[in-house]
Design a protein around this ligand. Structure first.
Ligand code: FAD
Ligand code: UDP
Length: 383
């Protein structure tokens, strides 16, 4: 499609961009050009079958779908059925294995005795007393307020040091608020009403969302390479990094990236579970994923397994930006970009890179559905 013949350009074929494209084509009957600089659609949720083992692998890290939002759940069920997968995580600390997130089993095992929910609560209250009544101001204080210092030092401090390499008193408390703390034996990782994995894998969702003759997809195309060919009045939804869009003129937003170290091991079951975290600071990786466990319903061969070790580090320009660090300095820089974005009349910034926010998949889809209703549809209907 030549630039003049589409109604909207969507930059990025992840969940945010794909949702906008799908709505514009299927609801408004307008033409969409979707570009992505990668050689595939799906953004970070992209998955593929590893040819040697036949196991589905999420190329950019394990992606577990969960949401409390019925609207998003119903929407996505229009493009895929979900398995009944429920995520559970374990963590290794000093040679012992504990359930994660921290729940009554973790607390009893760590302190080496059976406790009732009230007894465990009382113990944690005592162990978080150092904070007094002050509201927690950062990740460390929030974690201590939730679980007390000993559990923080065992399960959070080392892992967080490896994951963020940033003083935990400079990290926002929102990072740790993602993890529930439970005074019962429920060891599910997520608390949301809806959870599961797509029966045919993630990539199939995107193929179905974008399956409309009104949508043209061009992969391997970088927005900045074609920017000058785009008519100035064309509506653009941009889901790439907002600081890159403005050529870093207000500074660089800081991100964490992950080095994935895959290995095909000659055993049918390497670790007995999908995700094992490593809390000890002297073990360099943060966790090991074993992908076969995400799809127990599949008839995978049992001779080999596909595992991935994750190593976290600061992202440079050429790296994939994964987690916004969001220090107080980042917040200032992002605000400067928000002001610049106000001046870009025909560009809507969305998704996790475009808004510098950690978004779960359901939040990216929810935000895109909202932006479609409030921003995209009104503008395209006027045009
Ligand atoms: P993305 O999926 O990142 O898509 C943006 C796209 O824009 C990319 O494909 C990129 O190539 C493209 N792009 C960027 N710049 C340009 C350019 N200049 N030109 C053309 N294209 C460009 N969420 C969950 O709900 N559950 C999980 O278990 C989970 N696990 C995660 C694990 C990791 C390691 C990470 C990093 C994220 C995880 N997420 C998870 C979050 C999930 O990946 C995001 O919610 C989702 O990717 C958001 O979609 P998006 O469209 O905003 O961004
Ligand atoms: N975290 C931790 N220990 C763990 C798991 C998580 O300290 O065993 C902390 C860590 O700071 C991490 C945050 O909790 O960044 C959020 O965890 P989550 O599992 O949501 O991280 P993600 O899966 O997004 O990497």
């Amino acid at each position: 499609m030549a630039p003049h013949f589409y109604d909207i350009l969507v930059v990025g074929a992840g969940f945010y961009g794909a949702t906008i494209a799908e709505r514009v084509a299927n609801v408004l009957g307008k033409r969409v050009l979707v570009i992505d600089r990668r050689d595939h659609i799906g953004g970070n949720a992209y998955s593929e079958i590893n040819p040697e083992t036949g196991i589905e692998v999420h190329r950019y890290g394990a992606h577990l779908f969960h949401t409390p939002n019925k609207l998003v759940w119903d929407y996505l069920n229009g493009f895929t059925a979900f398995t009944g997968y429920q995520h559970r995580v374990f963590t290794s600390f000093k040679g012992q294995v504990y359930p994660m997130p921290i729940n009554l089993a973790t607390i009893c095992q760590y302190f080496g005795k059976q406790m009732s929910p009230d007894e465990a609560r009382a113990l944690v209250r005592e162990q978080s007393a150092e904070l007094g009544d002050a509201a927690p101001r950062n990740l460390e204080e929030k974690a201590i307020s939730l679980i007390g210092r000993p559990l923080y030092e065992a399960f959070i401090r080392g892992y967080t040091a490896k994951q963020w390499q940033t003083d935990p008193t400079l990290l926002p408390e929102s990072i740790i608020s993602r993890l529930p703390v439970r005074y019962n034996f429920n060891n599910r990782y997520f608390s949301d009403k809806y959870e599961g994995l797509p029966v045919d894998g993630y990539t199939a969702i995107f193929e179905r969302m974008l399956d409309n003759p009104l949508i043209e997809i061009q992969t391997g195309v970088d927005y900045f390479a074609i920017k000058d060919t785009i008519p100035k009045d064309k509506l653009v939804v941009f889901t790439g990094p907002i600081d890159r869009y403005f050529d870093y003129r207000a500074g660089e937003l800081s991100w964490r990236t992950i080095d994935f170290e895959p290995e095909i091991v000659g055993v049918g079951d390497y670790q007995g579970t999908a995700v094992m975290n490593y809390a000890d600071e002297d073990i360099p990786f943060t966790r090991i994923l074993e992908f076969r466990h995400f799809n127990p319903e599949r008839n995978y061969q049992t001779e080999k397994s596909y595992i991935v070790r994750e190593y976290s580090r600061f992202a440079r320009h050429e790296d994939e930006p994964y987690y916004p660090i969001d220090t107080p300095e980042d917040k200032k820089v992002y605000q400067a970009y928000r002001s610049l974005a106000e001046g870009e009349e025909n560009v809507i910034f969305g998704g996790r890179l475009g808004t510098y926010r950690y978004l779960d998949m359901h939040q990216a889809i929810g935000a895109a559905l909202k932006a479609f209703d409030t921003e995209v549809q009104p503008r395209l209907s006027r045009a």
